[in-house]
Design a protein around this ligand. Structure first.
Ligand SMILES: Nc1ncnc2c1ncn2[C@@H]1O[C@H](COP(=O)(O)OP(=O)(O)OP(=O)(O)O)[C@@H](O)[C@H]1O
Ligand SMILES: [Mg+2]
Length: 388
């Protein structure tokens, strides 16, 4: 009987999930049972996968699962270990009654860096001069400037890398990094949001190098003249006060980054000098940036792409007007279409199709572009006319 790849894959994923669930509860009997199932299914999938990429993936997962089994046999449960990487230790000790952390700071350093960011040279430049230079060459930097850090607001259409850049900067600096999605604190902590915000800044003060990323910052910054609720005004005022006190001391780096899709909604008080004084338009990827995504994807999956009638140049041209996030999704959906054809046609092990131009065109046609020309005109007008 032919190897039923989809149902084996489903069984494997279910076994993996059950293994994790059981071991997280420290239920070692069931954990070992499901783990054994996952071990044997991963071996079957590795042996029968049609695409070399998948053979490698399942073999790697199989080896990892064997390692987990080895640990369990020694009486260790790796799922109970909490992995926390603390990039630098808090400066001051925790006072009695003060919460240890606000929960907004990440406990692990992101693995991405600026080298993973396509395009956006102006953001990278700002960060190189104001943040990386003082770290790497303090003697030179402090001849010209008395403190280091950056206060940037990034604006632009969805999916073009605003959040990704913030993560990459934190990865580059290996610093304490908090992501605060402003509407979340407004919704979750009604009446409490200013207090939460203060606590975040207080926690940030305890660290040397730190990056605070405020996503959807416009939701706290509706113009003060508008008829916003007191609630929103309170949080904006708190933010302004906290930001004024949040200054680099000594050679510590203090970075604040805001991101928004609606720069025109920002309060003038927030974006004037000494506050978030550098505004950067995070635009749709240009040809060079699109080539970055396409090169990376083709290099990562050479079996899937090399030698196909789908060329890099074609993808780069066809994706003009799409965001980085969309380009990634479209390529991914094109691969899914190819994979479905391989499974449907029951190709023998070792044989597979390339991602064809048809697969790609179909994936592109099926995808909806949320970025429209009117939206772009509005950002461009904002960039040229209003400035900050
Ligand atoms: N310039 C880029 N460089 C590298 N990856 C990118 C870039 N733009 C988008 N991406 C990819 O797309 C994903 C989504 O992008 P991201 O979340 O950073 O967009 P965003 O601008 O923050 O969107 P939103 O306005 O919806 O919050 C990222 O995780 C990344 O994988
Ligand atoms: Mg984002």
């Amino acid at each position: 009987m032919a190897f039923d790849y989809p149902s084996k894959l489903r069984a494997y994923e279910a076994a993996l999930q059950r293994t994790k669930d059981a071991l997280r509860e420290d239920d070692r009997d069931n954990g070992t049972l499901f783990l054994d199932k996952a071990v044997s299914l991963s071996a079957e999938l590795a042996a029968n996968a049609a695409i070399a990429e998948f053979q490698v993936r399942f073999k790697k997962e199989h080896d990892q699962l064997l390692k987990i089994r080895g640990l369990l046999e020694k009486g260790e449960n790796p799922f109970l270990k909490t992995k926390t990487v603390t990039p630098s230790s808090p400066k001051s000790e925790q006072k009695d009654g003060e919460p240890a952390t606000t929960g907004f700071f990440k406990t692990e350093v992101p693995s991405v860096t600026l080298a993973d960011v396509a395009g956006l040279e102006d953001v990278k430049e700002q960060i190189r001069i104001n943040v990386l230079l003082p770290l790497q060459n303090p003697d030179l930097f402090y001849k010209y400037k008395s403190d280091a850090g950056a206060r940037i607001v990034m604006y632009g259409p969805p999916g073009c890398g605003k959040s990704f850049v913030a993560e990459a900067i934190a990865g580059e600096l290996k610093c304490h990094y908090a992501v605060i999605v402003v509407p979340d604190i407004l919704d979750k902590y009604v009446g409490e949001a200013p207090k939460r915000l203060k606590a975040i800044f207080e926690e940030a003060e305890r660290y040397d190098n730190v990056l605070l990323f405020f996503d959807e910052i416009d939701s706290m910054c509706a113009s003060r003249d508008s008829d916003e609720s007191t609630h929103t005004k309170d949080i904006l005022n708190t933010f302004l006060t906290c930001m004024s006190g949040f200054k680099p001391k000594g050679k510590a780096l203090k970075v604040i980054i805001g991101a928004t899709n609606r720069p025109w909604a920002l309060d003038a008080a927030l974006v004037r000098g000494q506050r978030l004084d550098t505004a950067i338009y995070v635009r749709l990827p240009d040809e060079k940036a699109r080539a970055f995504f396409v090169d990376k994807e083709f290099a990562k999956f050479p079996d899937a792409f090399e030698g196909s009638d789908l060329t890099k140049e074609y993808v780069i041209q066809a994706t003009e007007g799409w965001s980085g996030a969309d380009i990634k999704t479209i390529l991914d959906q094109a691969k899914t279409r190819t994979l479905n054809r391989v499974i449907r046609d029951q190709l023998p092990p070792g044989q597979f199709y390339k991602v064809s131009k048809d697969d790609f065109d179909a994936a592109l046609a099926a995808h909806h572009n949320v970025v429209n020309p009117e939206m772009l005109l509005r950002y461009e007008a904002f960039e040229k006319g209003v400035g900050l």
